[in-house]
Design a binder for this molecule. Structure first.
Ligand code: NAD
Ligand code: DAU
Length: 355
């Protein structure tokens, strides 16, 4: 059995659903259910005995220890994190609590459990830490994409907290021999992504007739990967990755934010035309830029391709079409995540005259 942390969030939920479908191996899913955690993402596993859902905090060492013991866990995939850059600018405290302190407590609990395993299980045990390309900082136009050897230069409270967690994981391997693997992935998109992030926000706002906010000039570049491709890459690293190594994961798909939003608008024009016949791109508006906004990320994914044979299956054209269609098909999911807390965040972040 494996333990997944943060498996009610966007990537974690996609991973749990895909892992059980692909391997049949049971999962214990530990999630605090922060505003970003949504048990509805796991509805397809309702009454499936291969999925055990536990509400709890990764910083609760006693809880983690008891779960590891009780379920005789053989591997951990650690997704749980505060993940939204804009929120980290408004309130970095939660990011330090979960991403840094939480990862520390998780590592300590896992270390204590792993030490006492019999030799064969100790050797095959794995701790996979899910991280981000943002730890590498920002690229200038024309600069080569991030390799695993790129200097670590985080620029936001979010990326700094993720870089700190990467360092902790590395240290627990070098000092204590904990069998860890780290992945650093580029921007994901797909089903179940919370509509505070660019792609789902654009789809949801467009359908609601609201403005589509572009920070600054919209020429910032991200490298987009369909979420199931990320999940398969994680499974591949978990099964065959070399201990102590870092693997970069990306889609070879650099696009400006403005291009992304135009693509979504064009898809919506085709799939759900506006009642007035006008194009959705008329809803685009340029708003104040994100403080310290990283200009460009791009992942060099040659290591995972060459060593482990992983490659993305989706192109951006196929992945974004599936994604837009998924949001069109799930109006109830959208309605349910737009809780009071969501509305409060939208008012704070996009208040008139500022953003
Ligand atoms: P998300 O915000 O959608 O989900 C995070 C989940 O973690 C939520 O279910 C939340 O309830 C849970 N959580 C938060 N604090 C917790 C705590 N203290 N204890 C237990 N659970 C807690 O995030 P996501 O986009 O799915 O990202 C998952 C991971 O992947 C994160 O580590 C993130 O840094 C990393 N990542 C994300 C992307 C991306 O594009 N979204 C890209 C690369 C890496
Ligand atoms: O690169 C990986 C990272 O990708 C992950 O580690 C993070 O968890 C994830 O949130 C994501 O971070 P970004 O900041 O790149 O994603 P976001 O969707 O917030 O923004 C994407 C780009 O779009 C970014 O340049 C900011 C811009 N943007 C975002 C929002 C929400 C806008 O222009 N307008 C918006 O309203």
């Amino acid at each position: 059995m494996i333990l997944v942390t943060g498996g009610a969030g966007f990537i974690g939920a996609n991973f749990v659903l895909d892992w059980i479908a692909q391997t049949g191996e049971p999962v214990v899913n530990l999630d605090k259910l922060s505003y970003a955690g949504n048990p509805e993402n796991l509805d397809a596993l309702h009454e499936d005995t291969r999925h055990t859902f536990v509400v709890g905090d990764i910083a609760d060492r006693a809880l983690i220890s008891s779960l590891l013991e009780r379920h005789q866990i053989r591997a951990i995939v650690h997704f749980a994190a505060e993940s939204h850059v804009d929120r980290s600018i408004h309130g970095p405290g939660d990011f330090i609590h979960t991403n840094v302190v939480g990862t520390f407590h998780l590592l300590e609990a896992v270390h204590g459990y792993w030490m006492l395993l019999p030799p064969d299980r100790k050797e095959s045990f794995r701790f996979l830490h899910v991280s981000t390309d943002e730890v590498y900082g920002s690229l200038r136009p024309g600069e080569p994409a991030f390799t695993e050897l790129h200097r670590v230069e985080p620029n936001s409270p979010y990326s700094a907290s993720k870089a700190a967690s990467d360092h902790l994981v590395r240290a627990w391997h070098h000092t204590y021999g904990l069998p860890v693997l780290t992945t650093n992935c580029s921007n994901n998109y797909g089903p179940f992504q919370f509509p505070e992030k660019l792609i789902p926000l654009t789809i949801v706002n467009a359908l609601a007739g609201k403005l589509l906010p572009i920070y600054g000039d919209g020429q910032q570049v991200r490298d987009w990967l369909y979420v199931i491709d990320h999940c398969r890459a994680i499974a591949c690293v978990l099964q065959t990755g070399r201990l102590g190594e870092t693997y970069n994961i990306g889609g070879w798909n650099e696009q400006t934010n403005l291009d992304i939003v135009h693509t979504i608008c064009a898809l919506l024009d085709e799939l759900r035309p506006r009642a007035d016949g006008k194009p959705y791109r008329e809803q685009i508006t340029h708003v104040a830029d994100r403080p310290g906004h990283d200009r460009r990320y791009a992942i060099d994914a040659r290591k995972i391709e060459a060593e482990l044979g992983w490659k993305p299956a989706e192109t951006f054209a196929t992945g974004i079409r599936k994604t837009v269609q998924w949001y069109l098909d799930h109006p109830a999911w959208i309605e349910h995540v737009q809780s009071g807390a969501y509305r409060e965040w939208m008012t704070q972040q996009y208040r008139p005259g500022v953003a």
